[in-house]
Design a protein around this ligand. Structure first.
Ligand SMILES: *Cc1c(COP(=O)(O)O)cnc(C)c1O
Length: 393
């Protein structure tokens, strides 16, 4: 692959090994680079672009928001889009209250603070521990990185924020460390994303919900990646037949504009008073107007049925591919969120897929992650699978 004409820069902090091509345009489920090459998208900007690119409805929503002249007002004043969206999220979920912020990690940081404040009121200062699970990814800010199970993200920053512990996904072990006296919350992703695309066992999740409820401990679900229709229901927890006390969302919420949210029950909301948490930008009128449109499009039974149906077909095709290829060791996923364990470094296959005009991402050193836009058609999914098979070799 030849690099784009854009000269390399030393001005950006070198935190990413960016692919060499320069994207200049996107439409539907394809991006185009400066040399005019098309890339079919099985990455969706890491589960963000669920409606694809250049979507007429999203464009319309952005233009409507611009018409008002109100991009930002701060949270000192009322604006309608955020209030409307909060009401929709409450109506569609277990939640009574919503807090808007600007990213996934920020949503989890907010949820941690709410859990801490609630815990202190419910059981005193000792009730402050937050427990996350083996394989978890909850973000890379100071509190969330302590709940993220990836040594290379954690170790350079020790000592990490205190009172946050990672434990095995094992009920016996968890039942020993979760106590009414010391634990305020357990956080988990119903489908772990960055950690390798692992659908948690429904029985395990239900028993953990029962255990936390019994011991007066909050359950926080991180649906930043697996929520908002990605696995075929609007919230992934619907498929586990439980409800949490808090839930975080972000990635696809505003069609690529930065937005996150914490959803919570009244019981937890009662612990939070004015001044206990805040954000300058969160839930501003432009992002929230676009997010209302995204909510309406993704919380649509037709779209969700499409994800379920195409997801089943897609998973079947991946299983068949694994049968044909000695380089694929395992296939996991649900809806349009899939992980493939591979025998060679995942980054090498990601690079070869680019040469075939396909964007995919990895989830750890030996897992490929496929996250197509939720609107992708069978024909495009097929085309992507052909490119994927060629890239795996
Ligand atoms: C991406 C992600 C986050 C972090 O979101 P940012 O917007 O990158 O801060 C947290 N949890 C999960 C499950 C994620 O997939």
């Amino acid at each position: 692959m030849t690099a784009a004409a854009l000269p390399m820069t030393d001005a950006l902090l070198a935190l990413y090994r960016r692919a060499p091509m320069e994207f200049v345009r996107a439409d539907g489920v394809r991006l185009f680079d400066a040399e005019g090459r098309a890339f079919l998208d099985f990455a969706a900007g890491i589960a963000v672009n669920s409606l694809g690119y250049n979507d007429a409805g999203v464009r319309q929503a952005m233009l409507e928001a611009l018409e008002t002249g109100l991009i930002h007002t701060s949270n000192l004043y009322r604006t309608a889009p955020g209030e409307r969206l909060a009401e929709k999220l409450v109506a569609a979920s277990f939640a009574d209250r919503v807090f808007f912020c600007n990213s996934g990690a920020e949503a989890n940081e907010g949820a941690f603070k709410m859990a801490r404040k609630w815990g202190k009121l419910a059981g005193g200062v000792a009730k402050h521990e937050i427990i996350s699970l083996r394989g978890a990814f909850h973000g890379r800010l100071f509190g969330t990185v302590a709940a993220t199970d990836r040594p290379q993200y954690r170790n350079p920053f020790r000592p990490l924020a205190g009172g946050i512990h990672i434990h095995e996904r094992d009920l016996h072990e968890l039942s020993k460390v979760i106590t009414d006296e010391t634990t305020c919350a357990v956080i988990l992703e119903p489908v772990q994303g960055e950690g390798g695309v692992r659908v948690l066992d429904a029985g395990f999740v239900r028993e953990l919900r029962a255990l936390t409820a019994e011991r007066n401990v909050l359950l926080i679900l991180d649906e930043i990646q697996c929520g908002y229709g990605r696995t075929g229901t609007f919230f992934a927890y619907e498929q586990f037949r439980i409800t949490p006390d808090l839930l975080t969302i972000a990635k696809p919420m505003a069609a690529g504009l930065p937005m996150g949210a914490v959803l919570t029950t009244q019981r937890v909301a009662d612990a939070m008073l004015p001044g206990d948490h805040g954000t300058t930008f969160g839930g501003g009128p432009l992002v929230a107007h676009v997010a209302n449109h995204v909510f309406d499009r993704l919380n649509d039974p037709k779209l969700l049925a499409h994800v379920t149906k195409e997801g089943k077909w897609f998973g079947g095709q991946l299983a068949a591919l694994a049968q044909r290829s000695a380089k694929l060791r395992a296939v996991r996923g649900r809806g349009l969120m899939w992980g493939l364990d591979v025998t060679e470094p995942a980054k090498d296959i990601v690079a070869r897929a680019m040469e075939h005009g396909l964007l995919i991402v990895s989830a750890g050193d030996h897992t490929l992650r496929l996250l197509p836009p939720l609107v992708m058609t069978r024909d495009d999914l097929k085309q992507g699978l052909e490119k994927l098979e060629a890239a795996i070799g």
